[in-house]
Design a protein around this ligand. Structure first.
Ligand code: ATP
Length: 582
């Protein structure tokens, strides 16, 4: 079905008698390529860039300078254009992907404006606003692509190949990880995604795509000047992508088609309506965008997609990745907290906490509200750095390591409020757990060479879903799950990750009595198999029936440790819980 995109290559033949439409078709394909770069950046990774036209400019000017001024072949221009756009993405992304909130889009605006001014003012190099003319045509297999028909075949071919590559990306470990990052960076990091590195790679890919579009644009018009690479142009691409539906590939292409047509139409219509010349299109774009977003907040395509037949997914059949083979002896220390301390302002949330978690046991961490349990959890998993104390995992010091470096060592966690990704299927949510166990990088994924590994990752996720009894919902969107099922799905994601040490933050919250019994049975079975569990929960019946040992905290300090019977008899514990569970 996805190869149906190749049908786009028929368009130049259909439009051959209409040269004007052939030109528009080329503009559609090139805008589509830039809009697809925004699918990667905004649709998948959740970042906003107002600098895509500047990346196009890199591709366009690099080839113009090399071909016109140095007389080199356009293919050198392509290589230089891609290198320059990647360099810009590296600098811009490197400086900004760690920025939060509005800082990233704002800094892309600043770069976009600066580069535009530079292109206009470096007259000796770029020809200023007059630009550079007489770029040579591209020649492919001996055919000069010197008319809109031939060029259309190339630009559409590039567009279709980009669509297929991005489809591969979406249905891969990297696509899932990018979507997870967009939703919740801490959750993504907890199964091994390095947020800054992955965001930067998305930035590089999007930059290279826009640079490629710029190269093609320059050799189509055979002329470059700064205007098509302005902030206005960047806004236009963003508007296209968002209006069509930036979260889907057909959406951004629909936006590109719509706005390419609209631009042309508005250029004729607005002067007639307003009685004077001027760049009023941008205002009209804004109005059209506002209208579309009022009607369809996710863009036009998701609105239309409701009327299209829903594609049924299929259950994985491949061989799952191997189950983790616990490597040490039962009872040996696997995770150790030594004097952990954390203060928030004047509040000592965790104050000198010591305990050790032994292979194959279920250790419960309990305490009244605000005792410091979640903070301890966050210190152990690297979500926040401690002010003092040390943490060891399998004897290796992990104090201060970020979550994405701790997870691959064999530690996985769930969250107090499940961190799932509602737009992904239940199966894909579980498959996120396999991120650190799989390897395919961007080049393998974009070329579609990750199929076998992907099938095994999905099979691993399915096996984990079976383990928690959610296999019947595998293909449903995670948004449909009940609160209890969401907690089970988080555990399935952990099991798919192959982590041996499982840290569960209030896994029974929101579960019904029967579901709690099921959960207890599952955790006991896992412990028998050699998994080690640290559990925080407020349900004393569950904890006392489940845990081998209990650590009790109050006001940030450990006040007791022992078997459930021992801690229940402990007067300090009874005092701490007076009025609560005791
Ligand atoms: N990021 C933060 N900034 C400031 N104070 C915080 C922060 N996180 C936790 N605290 C405070 O630290 C103390 C310990 O909180 P923590 O969430 O670890 O307790 P808890 O035992 O998990 O409580 P609960 O059972 O209610 O989840 C509380 O007083 C809380 O208000």
């Amino acid at each position: 079905m996805r190869y149906g995109w190749f049908l786009l290559l028929l368009l130049p033949f259909l439009l051959a008698p209409f040269p004007f439409y052939l030109t528009l078709l080329n503009f559609f394909a090139l805008s589509g390529l830039v809009a697809l770069s925004l699918y990667v950046l905004t649709g998948l990774a959740g970042m906003t860039s107002f600098a895509q036209a500047a990346f196009m400019g890199m591709g366009a000017y690099a080839t113009a300078l090399l071909t016109v001024k140095a007389g080199l072949s356009p293919w050198f221009g392509l290589a230089a254009g891609l290198a320059l756009s990647l360099l810009l993405a590296l600098v811009l992304g490197g400086l900004t992907v760690r920025l939060k909130g509005h800082f990233l889009p704002l800094s892309t605006i600043a770069w976009q404006v600066a580069l535009y001014i530079l292109a206009g003012n470096l007259v000796g190099l770029t020809g200023g606003h007059t630009g550079l003319t007489d770029l040579p045509p591209l020649v492919l297999l001996g055919f000069p692509l010197d008319n809109a028909f031939r060029y259309g075949l190339l630009s559409l071919l590039v567009l279709v190949l980009a669509v297929l590559a991005l489809h591969n990306l979406r249905f891969s470990r990297l696509g899932r990880a990018l979507l997870a990052l967009r939703g919740d960076a801490l959750a993504a990091a907890s199964f091994g995604v390095d947020p800054a590195a992955l965001r930067l790679k998305a930035f590089l890919l999007a930059g290279a795509m826009a640079g490629l579009a710029g190269f093609l644009y320059a050799h189509f018009l055979r002329f470059v000047n700064p205007t098509p690479f302005s902030l206005e142009a960047s806004i236009k691409y963003l508007v296209m992508a968002v209006a069509g539906g930036v979260g889907t590939i057909p959406g951004v292409l629909l936006g590109a088609a719509l706005f390419t047509g609209l631009e042309d139409w508005l250029k004729d219509l607005l002067p007639l309506l307003l009685g004077r010349q001027g760049n009023y299109e941008t205002i009209a774009y804004g109005l059209v965008l506002a209208g579309i977003l009022l009607l369809a907040p996710q863009g036009l395509f998701p609105l239309l997609a409701r009327f299209l037949p829903r594609k049924e997914g299929s259950l994985p059949r491949a061989e799952p990745l191997p189950l983790p083979a616990p490597s040490g002896a039962r009872g040996e220390v696997v995770l150790e907290a030594q004097g952990l301390r954390k203060a928030f302002g004047g509040l000592l949330a965790v104050n000198g906490v010591f305990f050790a978690l032994r292979r194959g046991e279920i250790l419960a961490l309990i305490g009244p509200n605000g005792a410091g349990k979640s903070t301890t959890f966050n210190l152990l998993t690297g979500a926040i750095p401690p002010d003092g104390g040390r943490v060891f995992l399998f004897g290796k010091e992990i104090t201060g390591l970020p979550p994405h470096r701790i997870h691959p060592l064999g530690l996985g966690r769930t969250f107090q409020h499940p961190h799932l990704f509602p737009e992904l299927s239940v199966l894909e949510n579980a498959a996120l757990g396999t991120y650190a166990r799989t390897r395919a990088g961007f080049s393998r994924v974009l070329l579609g060479l990750h199929g076998e590994e992907e099938a095994r990752a999905l099979a691993t996720a399915y096996r984990a879903l079976k383990r928690v009894g959610l296999e019947g919902l595998a293909l449903e969107p995670a948004a449909r799950l009940t609160a209890g099922q969401q907690r089970l799905l988080e555990i399935a994601r952990l099991l798919a990750s192959g982590a041996e040490v499982l840290l569960l933050d209030e896994p029974a919250a929101g579960l019904r009595a029967g579901e709690k019994r099921e959960l207890a049975r599952l955790l006991k079975a896992l412990a028998r198999e050699g998994y080690t569990v640290l559990i925080v929960d407020h349900d004393m019946d569950l904890i006392m029936g489940l845990a081998d040992r209990v650590v009790v905290m109050n006001y940030g300090e450990k006040i007791a440790e022992g078997t459930p019977e021992e801690v229940q008899r402990n007067p300090l514990v009874r005092a701490a819980y007076l009025g609560e569970a005791a």
